[in-house]
Design a protein around this ligand. Structure first.
Ligand code: ADP
Ligand code: MG
Length: 462
């Protein structure tokens, strides 16, 4: 990451730092008010300034997500007043050395060894994802009630296995269980991905004894997104041993996954059958009634937190609930955008404003990949993909190639070297040159501007 920042900054070196972060911070204070400023904006630092975007530093992922969902529009609007060419903000997580005691829970903090220390940083429970903030509906009723029962009768339902598609509330429930039990128990809450990360790190450091001890000591073991184990043989083996030894000593295990145990691909049969040996509950897609309840609850939370009134008519709320079809995460994302819009424009929304916002949101959510860009661009210019990626330098091939590289930089999160590799292993300097050339042409040349706009809209529509 740092390396990339350096390379990119060489590329825009003609545009040295022009903004004064202190000045912008003062403006934030005025716009957001002291309370929000002191809790959030004050902790945002300027990492790097580019021609058209800023990289800002934030202490945690949670902090970043919060800022992005609630304040991003307003922040951008503010910084643009100091530098008009800015059109984007990226965040970089700069971990604080100090671990926030409130957010994590392992009962014995005094005996922290090196491995524990590194795991501690990830064993975080989010205080906001609790049972009170989880809205009950037909699709999650059973999962919610058994999550609560597990807390009352430890080891009766063991393991508790919660499954459901993305964004339906699995992590929220796991977190809520962790919060509920953390006072009296040694709670371990980890994602399967993190579990693997520590497993590999411990192997490399020849520290497996510590690893095993650490996980096997917990009396409540909560593991999120277990589908991540699929195809990873040695990890499964380790997990299986951890699982068995925890079950043997009567620890409660809670697991989440995006599918039922028998449907896990490339997971050993004996593991599947152990996973299925407890209680299986699933969360389904929310119905309209639940979606509306969730929106209302979220509005209430925002109002309480920021002590301000948010006026959304029942029509607008129902409209959002009907339009958001995929999951709760998307629903909340859309709602945050709508709320941000009412704040910025200081007006009560009608359905047609809502339609506009939703269209923007869905366009943004659309994932544009380098592959897709290459296909669309080569089609647009009527050349074959292999011609576009070839080493030939004639203009009818070179221009589309450069346009595709330019769009890959602008519309995906791939780094310059990664983009270079995707274009038949070209060097990142070639990509820089393309981005520069097309960037300049799209400002000076109307034909180029029009082409770029058209290609972009094709990419966002598909
Ligand atoms: P998953 O882990 O299943 O992908 P999450 O637990 O991360 O989903 O949920 C996505 C978002 O939706 C979170 O912000 C979560 O708090 C919220 N959410 C999901 N279901 C509910 C619910 N029933 N009530 C309130 N918030 C919910
Ligand atoms: Mg999750």
């Amino acid at each position: 990451m740092d390396k990339n920042i350096k390379k990119q900054s060489a590329f825009i070196s003609e545009e040295e730092s022009t903004i004064d972060w202190n000045e912008i911070q003062n403006a934030f204070k005025k716009t957001f008010g002291a309370e929000i400023y002191n809790s959030w904006l004050q902790k945002v630092t300027l990492v790097k300034e580019f021609n058209d975007y800023l990289i800002l530093g934030v202490p945690t992922r949670f902090f970043r997500d919060w800022i992005v969902s609630r304040y991003l529009d307003k922040i951008l609007e503010q910084v643009k007043q100091f530098k008009l060419s800015l059109n984007r903000i990226e965040f970089k997580i700069i971990e604080e050395n100090k671990v926030n005691q409130e957010l994590l829970k392992v009962s014995d903090l005094n005996k922290v060894t090196e491995i524990k220390d590194s795991i501690l940083n990830y064993n975080r429970l989010n205080p906001n994802l609790n049972f009170d903030s989880f809205v009950q509906g037909k699709s999650n009723d059973i999962a919610l009630s058994y999550s609560k029962k597990v807390c009352e009768h430890l080891s009766r339902y063991n393991p508790l296995y919660i499954c459901g598609g993305v964004g339906l509330g699995k992590t929220h429930l796991l977190n809520a269980i962790g919060l509920e039990l953390q006072g009296d128990n040694n709670v371990m809450f980890i994602s399967a991905e993190r579990f693997m990360y520590h497993f590999i790190k411990s192997i490399k450091k020849n520290d497996m004894v510590n690893f095993k001890d650490f996980f096997r000591k917990s009396s409540v073991f909560i593991i999120d997104d277990i589908q991540f184990l699929s195809g990873k043989e040695s990890l499964q083996e380790e997990f299986f041993h951890t699982f068995n030894s925890l079950m043997d000593k009567g620890s409660q295990i809670i697991i989440s996954a995006d599918r039922a145990p028998i449907k896990l691909d490339r997971v050993q049969e004996r593991i599947k059958s152990r996973l299925a040996g407890g209680l299986l509950v699933d969360i389904e897609l929310p119905d309209l009634e639940l979606k509306i309840k969730i929106i209302k609850k979220k509005i209430e939370e925002i109002q309480n937190q920021f002590k301000e009134q948010i006026n959304l008519s029942d029509d607008v709320i129902t409209f959002i609930a009907i339009e958001c079809k995929t999951n709760v995460r998307e629903l909340i994302g859309v709602l945050n955008r709508v709320v941000a819009f009412t704040r910025v424009h200081n007006k009560t929304l009608d359905i047609s404003d809502c339609k506009k916002i939703l269209k923007d949101v869905f366009n943004q959510i659309k994932v544009v990949t380098v592959d897709k860009i290459q296909n669309v661009v080569s089609n647009f210019f009527n050349i074959s993909l292999s011609e576009m990626l070839s080493q030939r330098r004639s203009r009818p091939l070179a221009r589309p190639r450069q346009i595709a590289m330019y769009l890959a930089k602008k519309m995906t999160t791939r780094s310059l070297p990664e983009i270079g590799r995707r274009f038949a292993n070209r060097d990142h300097t070639t990509v820089i040159h393309a981005v520069k050339t097309i960037g300049r042409l799209s400002e000076q040349d109307d034909e180029m501007k029009k082409n770029i706009m058209q290609i972009k809209s094709i990419l966002l529509e598909q």
